[in-house]
Design a protein around this ligand. Structure first.
Ligand code: XMP
Length: 512
């Protein structure tokens, strides 16, 4: 396994994802993690990430010296290359030409990192982002690629197996970058591609059994990917010792509650308690139009109902959660500064702190794409594992203003038509998230010979890689007018359809 030491780059997680895709297990730790812990991890190779600091600044971060004394390969990326260079006796200075974004490197020599990707004499596109550059590499290194702004764009010390890249191989804008990283872990570190979801499944099953023994585990199912995969995996390990509780707030998409019951109870034979608590939720939401207040009410009530059901069962020893690796990576604050809270993402299904149970979190080591792959491996249907993200507070935050049963029903129908058309057009997987928002606006229309005075709705579809930024999905007009025609024709209560063309930023993906 590989240890990635993080110096605070925005894209460090992508390094880990590329290595996992190459079949190699890795973890991301802060650069200043305890050296004793680092030693105990017994990494077969280290990667030093990029970061916002400059090596010439006083007190700028350094890699623990043991990284260079462990007799295992080291790959420094961007800032990681700079600090490696400085720590091993090279010279780093502030660059005259700062390079940001797309750049080209000339391959001047052979290097094992380039196998199957780059050849000597070639010119290759990469993604740069640096203000420092190397003016003299440390003793023992040779230069194997150069660029206008970085004469030592790639340096290599084949004896010690230390390599440095001035650019980011982990991002998509470095076309052969994934191959370079795969070469590092396979050819240089000598690791095989044994990290697969089939292997993970076997190991996880054994671990779950060992942790739980004969105890009872409860799990809150929401219909989302993470809790579904966690439940299926735990059930495979301990069978009826797992009891799932599905708190149905009545704010899911059309047919989704039935799907959850059908898949888990009927197909997987999992003990499932379905509590239809929609009356409670609608009563609590009556007349509430503030988005944050809606989130609070739904999050709080969810926990209350979940707890009631758990108490009825006579309690449990363990609580299962679909926590993922991005939630547990310790973050590095080199650039610092608190970020503003735009929305409090109360995740329905979150841990009720006062329920004193041990946690079973079998997905803690996985990224989202790995969770999906594991779900497929476990036989969960594609409609569940490939599903667009869905917010915990459900359709309540897709209905600006006060929410009631009737509005939710109207929205469910419009949303179902929209998604059906997106699927039929083969566009579902090209879109990060698509949904309809029901607007608190009535407008005049005409149908047949009659006047209508009904709601307007907005179609939303965005592309994104992490939900942090998003672009609108550019539907063609024929598609949009087909959807609009069907919604107005088939859904009583909507007589006008609009198309939201706001990117994020400045908009957000959801309307609330
Ligand atoms: P925004 O609207 O902030 O959404 O651009 C980014 C991603 O987060 C989801 N989202 C939520 N998820 N509880 C959740 O579990 C929430 O309160 C919530 N609000 C937004 C949203 O669907 C998108 O995927």
């Amino acid at each position: 396994r590989i240890l990635i030491l993080d110096f605070g780059s925005q894209v460090t997680q992508l390094i880990a994802r590329r290595l996992r895709e190459a079949g190699v297990y890795c973890e991301i730790w802060p650069f200043d993690a305890d050296p004793a812990r680092i030693a105990a991890f017994r990494a077969r190779g280290f990667i030093l990430s990029g970061g916002p600091a400059s090596v010439s600044e006083e007190n700028s971060p350094r890699a623990p010296q043991l990284v260079f004394e462990s007799h295992v390969p080291v790959l420094g990326i961007c800032y990681g290359q700079m600090t490696m260079c400085a720590q091993l006796g090279g010279d780093v200075s502030s660059a005259h030409i700062r390079e940001f974004g797309r750049a080209f490197v000339d391959i001047t020599d052979d290097c094992t990192l380039f196998d199957g990707a780059w050849t000597r004499g070639g010119r290759e596109q990469v993604w740069m982002s640096h203000g420092d550059h190397i003016s003299a590499p440390p003793p023992g290194f040779r230069t194997v690629a150069t660029s206008d702004g970085a004469p030592f764009a790639v340096i290599a010390d084949d004896t010690r197996r230390f390599y440095g890249l001035m650019f980011h191989p982990e991002v998509m804008h470095t076309p052969h970058g994934a191959q370079l990283l795969a070469n590092f872990v396979h050819n240089v570190c000598g690791l095989s591609n044994a990290w697969t979801m089939a292997n993970f499944r076997d190991v996880a099953r054994t671990k779950i059994r060992a942790q739980v023994s004969s105890g009872r585990v409860i799990c809150g199912l929401s219909g989302g990917v993470d809790s579904s995969v966690a439940a299926a995996l735990i059930h495979e390990a301990i069978g009826d010792q797992l009891i799932c509780i599905f708190v149905d707030h009545g704010l899911l998409r059309a047919g989704e509650a039935d799907d959850v019951i059908r898949i888990f109870r009927d197909r997987f034979n999992i003990t499932l308690i379905h509590r239809d608590a929609s009356d409670l939720f609608f009563a609590a939401l009556e007349g509430i139009s503030d988005p944050e207040q809606k989130r609070k009410i739904i999050g709080g009530l969810f926990i209350d109902v979940f707890e009631q059901e758990a108490t009825k069962l006579g309690g449990a020893d363990f609580l299962a959660q679909g926590t993922l690796y991005p939630d547990v990576i310790e973050s590095v604050s080199v650039s610092g500064g608190p970020s503003a809270v735009i929305k409090s993402h109360h995740n329905v299904g979150g841990l009720p702190a006062r329920m004193r149970m041990q946690l079973v979190e079998p997905l803690r080591e996985l990224f989202k794409d790995e969770v999906r792959a594991l779900g497929r491996e476990l036989g969960l249907p594609e409609t569940m594992v490939g599903r667009h993200p869905f917010p915990g507070p459900g359709l309540a935050i897709r209905i600006p203003g006060a929410v009631d049963r009737e509005k939710v029903k109207i929205l469910q129908q419009a949303d179902a038509i929209y998604l059906e058309e997106i699927r039929a057009a083969g566009l579902y997987d090209a879109i990060w998230q698509a949904f309809v928002a029901l607007l608190p606006v009535r407008s005049v229309g005409v149908m047949g010979d009659g006047r209508t005075y009904d709601y307007a709705c907005a179609l939303r579809a965005v592309t994104s890689t992490d939900g942090m930024t998003a672009d609108i999905y550019p539907f063609d007009m024929a598609f949009l007018s087909r959807v609009a025609g069907r919604i107005v024709g088939e859904v009583r209560g909507i007589n006008r359809v609009t198309y939201d063309i706001t990117s994020k930023p400045p908009g957000t993906i959801e309307w609330e």
